[in-house]
Design a protein around this ligand. Structure first.
Ligand code: FAD
Length: 381
């Protein structure tokens, strides 16, 4: 019997395999990945530097250990080039792998800004362990860091670098950090808390070019201003990996389109994690992956289950200002009501009838997280 094949060994791929093994130890299972198959928790990448953790120290288990634990054949450094959907085969540069059912857990890739300048290719992004290793290498002997993007990941790295003793400049087109997630008051509080930690902000401004300026680099902003840096990190967002599915004729939109059974437009082919779009939701976070992994494992084990999502708050890992946010579902209209001040703030996103659709909490108010989450409607009932 051909195995169920999972492509990807991130939290989605390994998470699904673990859930499946809780239900069925016998189903033949194979996992393939373009990387080395190390099991690690990606959220640690943006707070590992201050904690002094090397890439090796972030690895929970090697691919060999995972293969033993999961009773699965794991192929590492094996990039899938194409999917032959009618033939139920994955195609690699050096061979093929047949599957009975296929799960795409391909993750997302960093968006690259179209930058000018002779050092544009020096801009880093950190989206996996190998990226983090590259960052650590580049930081040796380097001091000044510039971050492009003041979203969740940009703010977390800014905090981590600043605490590690680096001067940090953050540049973003938006006028406040975490502009898409937080009300203005909380955005200002985040800006001020990170400023106190040593972060310099360049908000409402765009980067035009990155040039060599020995011994370091220089960022040129669209308004002509220049910022010196030794390392430039881009954190402007992620885009679901859809190309493999798209070229195989599987429906994609922002992500790989799946139904509530997490099945794509191709019967027997499923997707979850950062690459997937579930009923219009692209949710690149850990909690949705856990819910999806449990539901899909049940389906693959012969007990069909639809995924449901409760309200799922996200912890922003900025010790300078502890923050939890549960944004309203896209397209829901309403407004923020904010109580509290710079160090501790509780904000509710309310609809016209006064029902809470989302929240943001900072400082000591973060203790309200569980109680407020219970008040929110589920994202997918
Ligand atoms: P990935 O971990 O990206 O795994 C994708 C896998 O697919 C990899 O193994 C890759 O090798 C493989 N692959 C891709 N293409 C191919 C191919 N063609 N052939 C073979 N293999 C392929 N979320 C939170 O909820 N809380 C947080 O605090 C948080 N912090 C974060 C901090 C950072 C710095 C980042 C980058 C993300 C953070 N996230 C956080 C998001 C969270 O980590 C992700 O949602 C999650 O890790 C995604 O897992 P995944 O398995 O879908 O993708």
């Amino acid at each position: 019997m051909e195995p169920i094949v999972i492509v990807g060994t991130g939290l989605a791929g390994y998470g699904l395999a673990r859930e499946l093994r809780k239900l069925d130890r016998e189903l033949p299972l194979a996992i393939v990945t373009a990387d080395d198959g190390s099991s690690y928790s990606k959220p640690n990448l943006s707070n590992a530097l201050a904690a002094g953790r090397t890439p090796q120290q972030l690895v929970g288990a090697s691919a060999e250990t995972m293969a033993r634990q999961l009773g699965a054949a794991i192929r590492t450094h094996a990039r899938v080039d194409a999917i032959d959907v009618p033939g139920r085969r994955l195609l690699f540069a050096d061979g093929e792998l047949r599957y009975s059912r296929l799960v795409l857990a391909l993750g997302a890739e960093p968006i690259r800004l179209p930058l000018e300048g002779n050092a544009a290719h020096e801009v880093l992004s950190v989206n996996d362990l190998a990226d983090y290793a590259r960052l650590r290498e580049r930081l040796e002997g380097a001091l000044r860091i510039a971050i492009l993007g003041a979203g969740l990941i940009g703010c977390e790295f800014a905090n981590d670098f600043a605490v590690s003793g680096h001067p940090v400049d953050v540049i973003d087109l938006a006028h406040q950090p975490l502009g898409r997630l937080l009300p203005a008051e909380a955005g200002r509080a985040m800006r001020d808390a990170l400023s106190r930690a040593g972060v310099r902000w360049h908000l409402g401004r765009t980067v035009a070019a990155v040039e060599h300026a020995p011994p370091g680099l220089e960022i040129r902003l669209a308004d002509g201003a220049r910022i010196g840096a030794d390392v430039v990190l881009s954190a402007v967002g992620l885009r679901p990996r859809t190309r493999l599915a798209q070229t195989a004729g599987i429906a994609v939109n922002r992500g790989i389109v799946v139904d509530r059974a997490l099945e794509t437009s191709a019967p027997g082919v499923y997707a979850l994690g950062d690459c997937a779009e579930v009923e219009g939701h692209v949710l690149p976070f850990v909690m949705p992956i856990m819910h999806a992994a449990r539901a899909l494992a049940a389906t693959l084990a012969g007990r069909p289950q639809r995924v449901s999502y409760p309200a799922m708050p996200v912890v922003v890992k900025t010790p300078a200002l502890p923050t939890v946010v549960c944004p309203p579902a896209p397209g829901r209209s309403g407004g923020w009501t904010v109580a509290g001040g710079a160090h501790s703030l509780a904000a509710r996103f309310l609809d016209a009838d006064g029902a809470m659709l989302g929240f943001a909490l900072t400082g000591e108010e973060c203790s309200k997280r569980q109680a407020w989450t219970r008040e929110l409607p589920p994202l997918l009932a």
